[in-house]
Design a protein around this ligand. Structure first.
Ligand SMILES: NC(=O)CC[C@H](N)C(=O)O
Length: 268
């Protein structure tokens, strides 16, 4: 007897300098994750926005959309705001999930879909130039906030993932917004030292306020992070895989599995 397993459909957006779409789709399509992901060019989505209805999860991958012109993620966010706001609002009203990774996170923050403390589509924070004044391309330690209820970060404690960005410093618009993020447990993950404790540069690679590496919106279903979980799905991607004995599965996989499991039980 064959058992039918529902595979939530994942739209991985691509186009104009986004460059992590294949790794992101691969992560969702891993048998241990169970998604059914495909890439779609943003122009094709704008031409037929109703396509979004056929998906349960939307992923905005990392990269250099529009060459980071003006500032990273701004042009992509502007395109999404003026061409796809309605379909995206419906997607969220339908209880579906959105993940933004690095450049995708920058776009979601500029769109105001993250952290959306006051209201969606109103920008509450920014991701700006790293304090170091340079592109940071290395691995970082993350401490997941156990009080954060976002489905994306369930069953994860600490994480070791790569970052590669020039504009990753998360700054809330005001002290009040920061307080709301803290009180509502919308900070999903913080950069930390290897022992899990709060630490400054280089453990916090960009100078993010309160070491913020990942946030979610009040529903928990919109999630963004600067590190790249899709870049650590298998042990051979770990920088010391030849010297350390590591599990086969990389530490980024759980984030994708969480999203797929949530979509399977809540959205489909
Ligand atoms: N890896 C990425 O997605 C890069 C993000 C963006 N281009 C930056 O440099 O800040």
């Amino acid at each position: 007897m064959s058992i039918s397993i529902k595979r939530p459909r994942v739209l991985v957006l691509t186009g104009y300098g986004i460059n992590c779409e294949h790794e992101t789709a691969h992560a969702f399509n891993l048998p241990s994750v169970g998604g059914d992901a495909m890439t779609l060019h943003i122009t094709d989505l704008i031409a037929k926005p109703e396509q979004l209805d056929g998906f349960h999860i939307l992923a905005l991958p990392g990269g250099f959309s529009f060459g980071d012109d003006i500032s990273a993620g701004i042009v992509l966010a502007t395109k999404l705001r003026y061409r796809l706001a309605e379909p995206l609002s419906k997607f969220l009203r339908d209880g579906k999930l959105i993940i933004g990774i690095c450049n995708g996170f920058q776009a979601l923050v500029r769109l105001g879909l993250l952290p959306a403390t006051s209201q969606a589509w109103q920008q509450d924070a920014t991701l700006t130039a790293n304090d170091s004044g340079k592109f940071e391309d290395r691995w970082v330690y993350l401490q997941i906030n156990p009080a954060c209820s976002s489905p994306f970060v369930q069953d994860i404690d600490q994480c070791y993932l790569p970052v590669r960005h020039g504009e990753g410093k998360f700054v809330p618009r005001s002290p009040d917004i920061l307080q709301q993020l803290q009180q509502q447990q919308l900070i999903a993950a913080r950069y930390c030292a290897p022992n899990g404790e709060a630490a400054s540069y280089p453990w916090n690679p960009n100078g993010s306020v309160d070491d913020i590496a990942a946030v979610c919106d009040p529903s928990g279903r919109v999630f963004g992070l600067m590190p790249h979980p899709e870049a650590y799905t298998h042990r051979v991607q770990h920088p010391r895989w030849t010297r350390e004995s590591l599990p086969e599965e990389g530490m980024g996989v759980q984030i994708f599995r969480n999203a797929v499991s949530f979509a399977r039980s809540h959205v489909m």
